[in-house]
Design a binder for this molecule. Sequence first.
Ligand code: ZN
Ligand code: ZN
Length: 414
Amino acid sequence: MNLSVLKKKILIVVMDGLGDRGCKELDGLTPLQATKTPNLDWFTRNGIAGTCDTVDVGIRPGSDTSHLSILGYDPLEVYTGRGPFEAAGIGLIGKHGDVAFRCNFSTCDNDMNITDRRAGRVDKPDTTELVRSLEGMRIDGIEAIIKEGTEHRAALILRGGGLSPDVTDADSHDNGPIAWSKGRTPEAQFTADVLNKFVKETYKRLKDHPVNERRIAKGLPPANIILPRGAGSFPNIQSFPEKYDMKAACVAGVGMIKGICGVCGLDVIDLPGCCTGGYSSDFVSKAKAAMDTLKEYDFVLMNVKAPDVCGHDGDPKLKCDAIKRLDEMAGYFKNNFREDMVIVFTADHSTPCSLKDHSGDPVPITVYTPGNVRDDAVEFSESGCSHGRIGRIRGKYILPMCMDLADRAEKFGA
Ligand code: ZN
Ligand code: ZN
């Protein structure tokens, strides 16, 4: 056994929603097939390639469940709802047993009928001031912790014994918004009770709040009620750095991705304003941030959101343009490559322009490290990568595969 073998670092570049289907506007090609990507192709030609069902065959993944998979967890085992990841994304990281929700500041009339789900896209500093009046809330022995996010968004954590994530979203009904228990368990019914009392209490505290009086005077809809949805419990998972014995970080602009990584125990790196995650985000600066982070860390997950945005907008031309810029980003990685690293280019799911939403189509994956076995794949695309030796894998196997290529996997047996 050679003890002096250097353990390599691992960088996973997740191009969000990159996979697609044939587009009419592109003569039946996918945006990846229709766009020249010399740098991504270089990695594919020199590395190993395949296609990946991030959660499982035929499952349409959310960005949260697919990122859990890519981090080596099985979302079918640990995922209960997106609330905890949204909460963590705005800096509200709870503990096992807490039930978390994502929330909207909304507008309701005097009968608590919802008239605007986003309260006119209310934003900070109004929401910051409003949240202050909701602090210290206790309902039937349960602590309610709420924090504002961007625009009308907020997150809620319910903390205390006997809670369950098996509750519906608080939704409009004749007598105001109501959440129901999904299960018949006493815990689910208790949680729905607490949640309904919470919603009523937010209305009581917010309706005559000075911020809302100001908003009404200006002709804006008051943010006078909080609507929680997406209940989920914080998963009881082994932290990533412990599980894989790697110092790990994430470089991402989107709150929910930061949240997932935060819940898994990765350090979330603060990015300059150019890398916020929108379409106009500067990919090369983000790549540089990822390479800088890799100096201090063994593992970095980087997420680039732009292709997903183009897919949701149903704009194949714009997606091609995003891909061109992603290829420039890949060029930066090529030119600044560290010999002691394993790099992965993949997506968390497909977001076909024709569907304007996520699909279960497998995504391309290319892995490169000096000295790997070259295979027959030469082009980075949905079809091109299918010629490679990775074959078709599930997302949760990406990390074990990288651990082996990075000489970090332990021998099984004698
Ligand atoms: Zn995504
Ligand atoms: Zn999406």
